[in-house]
Write a protein that binds this ligand. Structure first.
Ligand code: BGC
Length: 748
């Protein structure tokens, strides 16, 4: 037999092309032999591979092939370290190849709009720069290992409540400044194989059929060249979705949608070229297939090495929030009591589609006992709240009384937070709060270790304890990584990627979360997370960016130099002033009130993590480009740098600027558009039309009119020029206004 040359996929019969644009089952595209296209498996993600074999289900009820559960995004966010994200991406790539998965569905870069979002553990941060830098690094690592990524969920998917129907109603400036930049960075810097559209509507239009998002912004502005895949079940109107720019519907719907596509083409409602365009994009995913898709049930990768990697990386993610009197690290010879079921049964990942069947799980109790013989343990509580609460607590209190230091492992159970629903409060279970307080009342020293997918309230017990280590969710080696941090084998270097508020009511989305009657209004606008707290002066328990180490750092010699009309270079020296090697996160914020829109008091614009030996100093530099100073101008439909003063601040956190320097930027000269609807003030203040108008206007007015001018502008400044010129007998002839409008246009 002579081998046949594969067909160009766009030359296939229409039915086959339509079929290629939806899954053949839950996790794969159909193979098309004639076109030489293998089936492409796409599966979760984002912090480990979840390859199901046998009967398939989407929500993780069924076991999947064992794979390493790396620290979820909530932890990676706290690492502030793109290397952590990149190494996780790379290791997931290696495992995916071994398990026969060419596209892994991650990372998730949605912004943590509210600490209540049930899926915050899958997202990096409340800040778009941090989320974007980490997401891009993850994609780079995974794709360099030959496995396609899927950045998700595009866009404005910031809650689980009604996630498949709700309309996220967000103004464009807020979308551009807060909810889109992380996607933009991942797309423009790392070219992911796919982008996954969100379930929700954005301003009334399903993300899956939102042409503005999927085509105008994603492809035309950002240059995305890969395939847009639907979130699982996100397609409402298949033909509308295809036209808007969605290429692949997942999972398949047994051919129902394909038939609609074929019919739409045959009846002339859909241009076949639209089908061909998507066919080419989906066909390109076959490039990630290295071998025929197979249901591997034996993972052929170095599970030990990946577990060790998961441990090393997890240690760089936990955040030491408080450490009074050097309670940590634990000292050799101390009598240590460990309290809390989480020490023995760790909480290390979240529920839902990202749930990984871990190759093994470390618990902190075993690891601590190995490093610190003689550790005593009491469960203190049960994960489901069952049992005799008082007896469990009393047993723990007795242990604490006899120890030099008691470490309480508290947190949220997997049933408290998951994909699919949001939390309604930030509290730890009451039994745990009572336990912490009871232990702290008798223990010479109390350390609390927290495990949760998003922030929990520290109120009611924070001041009673000596140290707090927030582990969030650290993946399968989280237990040993926490032990490394507690014993001082590793130095804590995580910093908060999300604010810990004092009260839920202090969070900016409080009045508008999770919305009502099918809509969630993003009423706080760009004032998300720390942007709100630092702008309004709302006190918080711990600010974004906060985190301690066992050593100390100082910042000096901040130099900020303009490198153009709208860019600058920042140089700052960091010194390790303590007694051990540690890593410091340099956080660079920009603050300005220049320009016509309300700006957050400061915004993170660059960061870097530096490792320093005791006494060592290093000068680190950052380039701040135009976007670091810009806001989204809705009138200009673009990024604008306002002329004027901008202050660069280096912070220990968003609330604590330790050095600052100002510079004046020439910025953008905006010549605004003028119409007859523009206000009188806009006309008189216009750089081109204003002076001419004023001259002509004053010429017709009596003596003293010039002095009256300012007062007059204040009183009638908001009146549209059309009405001013007509009703008020301002004697400005229409043709003169036409001439000035033309002059204004010409100057733009
Ligand atoms: C989730 C996605 C996931 C997909 C496939 C959906 O429910 O929102 O993040 O990739 O399922 O499991």
């Amino acid at each position: 037999m002579t081998p046949t040359t594969p067909l160009d996929p766009t030359a296939l019969p229409l039915e086959q092309k339509a079929a290629l644009l939806s899954g053949q089952d839950f996790w794969s595209t159909p193979p098309v032999e004639a076109a030489g296209l293998p089936s492409v498996v796409l599966t979760d993600g984002p912090h480990g591979v979840r390859r199901q074999v046998g009967d398939l289900d989407q929500i993780g009820l069924l076991e999947s092939v064992p794979a390493t559960c790396f620290p979820p995004a909530v932890a990676v966010g706290s690492s502030w370290d793109p290397e952590v994200a990149e190494r996780i991406g790379a290791a997931i790539g290696v495992e995916a190849r071994a398990i026969g998965v060419p596209v892994v569905l991650g990372p998730g870069v949605n912004i943590k709009r509210s600490p209540l979002c049930g899926r915050n553990f899958e997202y990096y941060s409340e800040d778009p720069l941090l989320a974007g830098v980490l997401g891009a690094a993850h994609v780079r690592g995974q794709q360099d290992a030959g496995v396609g990524a899927s950045v998700k969920h595009f866009a404005a998917n910031n809650q689980e409540t009604q996630r498949m129907q709700v309309s996220a109603d967000v103004d464009e400036r807020t979308l551009r400044e807060i909810y889109l930049p992380a996607f933009e960075r991942v797309v423009t810097e790392a070219q992911p194989a796919t982008v996954m559209c969100a379930y929700n509507k954005v301003n009334g239009v399903y993300a899956s059929q939102n042409r503005w998002l999927l085509t105008e912004v994603l492809r035309e502005e950002w240059g995305f060249a890969g395939a847009v895949v639907s979130d699982w079940g996100a397609v409402d109107d298949r033909v509308a979705a295809l036209e808007a720019g969605l290429d692949l519907q997942m999972p398949g719907d047994h051919g129902a949608g394909n038939a609609l596509v074929v019919d739409a083409v045959r009846t002339g409602r859909l241009d076949e070229a639209v089908v061909d365009r998507s066919v080419a994009r989906v066909a390109a995913l076959a490039g990630y297939v290295t071998e025929p898709a197979h249901a591997a049930d034996v993972a052929a990768f170095d599970a030990d090495a990946h577990h060790a990697l998961a441990r090393e990386l997890a240690a760089g993610c936990a955040v030491l929030l408080k450490n009074d009197g050097g309670a940590l690290p634990l000292a050799a010879g101390q009598r240590v009591a460990v309290v809390g079921e989480f020490a023995r049964t760790p909480r290390f990942q979240g529920g839902g589609s990202s749930h990984v069947n871990a190759t093994r799980v470390d618990d902190a109790l075993t690891a601590l006992t190995a490093a610190h013989p003689g550790v005593a343990f009491a469960a203190g509580f049960t994960l489901d709240g069952s049992g005799d609460v008082a007896a469990l607590r009393d047993e723990a209190v007795e242990l604490a009384r006899d120890a030099d230091v008691t470490v309480v492992f508290a947190g949220l159970a997997e049933s408290d937070e998951s994909e699919g629903f949001d939390r309604t409060h930030l509290d730890l279970p009451a039994a745990q709060v009572q336990l912490i307080r009871a232990v702290a009342a008798v223990a010479p020293r109390t350390v609390v270790v927290l495990s949760s997918g998003s922030v929990v309230s520290l109120e009611g017990w924070h001041d009673d304890v000596d140290a707090v280590l927030a582990g969030f969710l650290l993946g399968q080696a989280g237990g040993s990584a926490l032990a490394d941090l507690l014993t001082g084998a590793a130095d804590p270097s995580g910093r908060l990627a999300e604010t810990i508020p004092l009260r839920l009511q202090d969070t900016p989305s409080w009045l508008n979360f999770p919305g009502e009657q099918g809509h969630v209004r993003y009423g706080e606008g760009v004032m998300v997370g720390y942007r709100h707290h630092v702008t309004t002066g709302t006190p918080v328990r711990y600010p974004f960016g906060h985190g301690l180490s066992y050593t100390t750092f100082e910042t000096s010699d901040l130099q900020v130099t303009a490198t153009g009309a709208d860019s600058a270079e920042v140089a700052v020296t960091v010194t390790n002033t303590g007694g051990r090697t540690g890593r410091h996160v340099v956080q660079v914020y920009v603050a300005t009130s220049a320009g016509p829109v309300r700006r957050p008091a400061r915004e993170l614009r660059a960061f870097g993590k530096v490792s320093l030996a005791p006494g060592e100093s290093r000068t680190v530099t950052f380039a701040l480009d135009r976007r670091a100073f810009a806001y989204w101008d809705v009138r200009e439909s673009g990024w604008v740098v306002a002329p004027g003063e901008h202050t660069v601040q280096v912070g220990r956190s968003a609330a604590d600027a330790v050095a600052e320097a100002s510079l004046t930027l020439a910025g953008d000269e905006i010549v605004p558009e003028l119409t007859l609807q523009s206000s009188v003030a806009e006309w008189f203040e216009h750089p081109v039309a204003g002076p001419q108008l004023l001259e002509g206007f004053l010429a017709t007015m009596p003596e003293g009119a010039a002095e009256m001018h300012a007062g007059m502008l204040q009183m009638i400044g908001s009146m549209p020029m059309r009405r001013f010129a007509a009703d008020f007998g301002a004697a400005i002839p229409t043709d003169e206004l036409e001439r000035l409008m033309a002059a204004a246009r010409a100057a733009r």
